[in-house]
Write a protein that binds this ligand. Structure first.
Ligand SMILES: [Zn+2]
Length: 463
């Protein structure tokens, strides 16, 4: 892994200094695949509820020849227009209100149908004979379609994922005006600009430090389906070169960003969305079985029992992407956090932020409540990584990293060595196995491995 990474870095530098050859592209693509974080590797898995598998084997529908299927159902594509609600669309199609409520209930763990945007594509599969809804699909993006499929008086959630290809895109430019204007006019996406600004803002003051003519170089990963980008991108690497200094951010295989020295640049996330830790009344459980129906109904978050009116905190730096009210989820908020993270807060009594608003970690965004279908005052909190719900209590999240006391002495020796080197007259310094990388990799082994008690070996040659 490390060797691969070094190869990539060398090629990257060569590419930026000379020209971007075919080998560079291949290694970048290869790198982007090999650097996928563990959490990301699960994102291509299909989540199929147990019932669905049974249904596929048992449903009489599937044994019907294609022609009688076509005769029995008609598929209607519907493009959402301004002001549309699911209720209004159901009314227009003369579908029953009970089916609407069943769909809304089935959608509660996912909220894929709750907020419709103009241009969204829906597909209704309706039984011709009695105008009964057999299935409702939404094309979320070219790589993902979700379907609520009728099965035994219930609608079962399914998703169809088209594998995406990943390409690396290089953007280079010079500062002319603000960083935002310069980067945007070079073709960088808003997500790219915002990610870079957030990562580098602690070391670089974008308003005061940049001068006209300063350079920046950015590599973004883009997801494509059939050669077309689908609007999902992430930063692989970026650097701003200003007055002989590099301000860089590089995506490591752990999914976090570091400067060239290997120092973490990612803002931390809070584990708990409240000041005080409240009792967990219901745990995260993607395979929870409903006590009454016996069906799998995922619990995609964690419930904290707390009195109505408890201040709810944003767990990260992010942007409010949804402020809404749902029949079952109650008043709720979605926040797109920095990096691959997003969060969701349900059953609120009062929402204190607006859609589009930037929020800071620890900022009070709402008051907890008991709205929607709720058995008592509590907060339902969800954490998603790359769009997938994960257990917020155990998920690998960016935390404040500090070196433990048992290792700090070794670290100080290492820093002293580095400073000596910086002040020495040597021009060429051979680092043993990429000193910074090695150091970073071995810090967590210090307790078990005796040989690694010493700082990484630095061999220098005064040539
Ligand atoms: Zn819950």
């Amino acid at each position: 892994m490390r060797r691969n990474r070094i190869t990539f870095n060398k090629l990257l530098i060569g590419r930026i200094q000379v020209s971007f050859g075919f080998i560079g592209l291949i290694s970048l693509l290869w790198y982007s695949v090999s650097s996928t974080s563990p959490s990301a590797s699960t994102t291509n898995q299909r989540i199929i509820p147990i019932e669905l598998i049974d249904q596929k084997q048992d449903s009489t529908n599937n044994h019907l020849p294609q022609k009688s299927q076509e005769k029995r159902f008609r598929d209607q594509r519907y493009t959402v227009v301004e002001g549309d609600t699911l209720e209004a669309i159901f009314k227009r199609k003369q579908l029953s209100i009970n089916e609407l409520y069943e769909i809304i209930e089935a959608d509660e763990p996912y909220l894929e149908l709750d907020v419709l945007q103009p241009g969204d594509q829906l597909i209704f599969r309706i039984e011709r004979e009695d105008n009964r809804l057999e299935a409702l699909s939404r094309i979320v993006d070219p790589s993902k379609t979700v379907t609520y499929q009728y099965n035994n008086d219930d609608f079962i959630y399914q998703e169809e994922l088209t594998p995406t290809d990943k390409i690396a895109e290089v953007t280079r430019g010079q500062i002319d005006g603000s960083f935002y204007v310069s980067a945007s006019s070079s073709g960088l996406t808003d997500n790219g600009v915002m990610t870079i600004t957030q990562l580098l803002k602690s070391s670089l003051n974008f308003r005061r430090d940049l001068r006209a003519g300063d350079h920046f170089q950015v590599i973004m990963e883009q997801e494509t389906v059939e050669g077309k980008t689908i609007g999902k991108d992430r930063l692989l690497a970026a650097r701003v070169l200003s007055r002989g200094k590099e301000f860089g951010a590089y995506l490591h295989s752990d999914g976090s960003y570091y400067n060239a020295k290997g120092e973490s640049l990612v803002p931390v996330l809070l584990r708990y969305p409240t000041k005080k830790k409240y009792r967990i009344s219901s745990h995260f459980n993607p395979r929870r079985v409903h006590p009454v129906t016996g069906r799998v109904k995922p619990h995609n978050g964690v419930d904290f029992a707390m009195p109505t009116g408890t201040p709810i905190l944003s767990t990260g730096h992010g942007r409010v992407t949804r402020v809404a009210s749902h029949r079952y989820a109650g008043k709720y908020i979605d926040i797109d956090e920095f990096g691959p993270y997003s969060t969701r807060f349900l059953h609120l009594s009062k929402i204190l932020v607006k859609k589009g608003q930037q929020v800071e970690r620890g900022q009070v965004i709402a008051l907890s409540g008991n709205t929607g279908r709720s058995t008592g005052p509590h907060l339902h909190y969800e954490l998603h990584i790359k769009g997938r719900p994960v257990n917020p209590m155990t998920a690998d999240i960016p935390m404040l990293k500090s070196i433990p006391n048992s290792e700090i002495k070794d670290f100080h020796l290492y820093v002293a060595d580095m400073r000596d080197l910086m002040l020495s007259e040597e021009k060429v310094v051979y680092l043993d196995e990429q000193t910074t990388d090695k150091h970073k990799q071995e810090t967590h082994q210090y307790n078990s491995a005796k040989s690694s008690k010493e700082p990484p070996v630095i061999s220098s040659s005064a040539s």
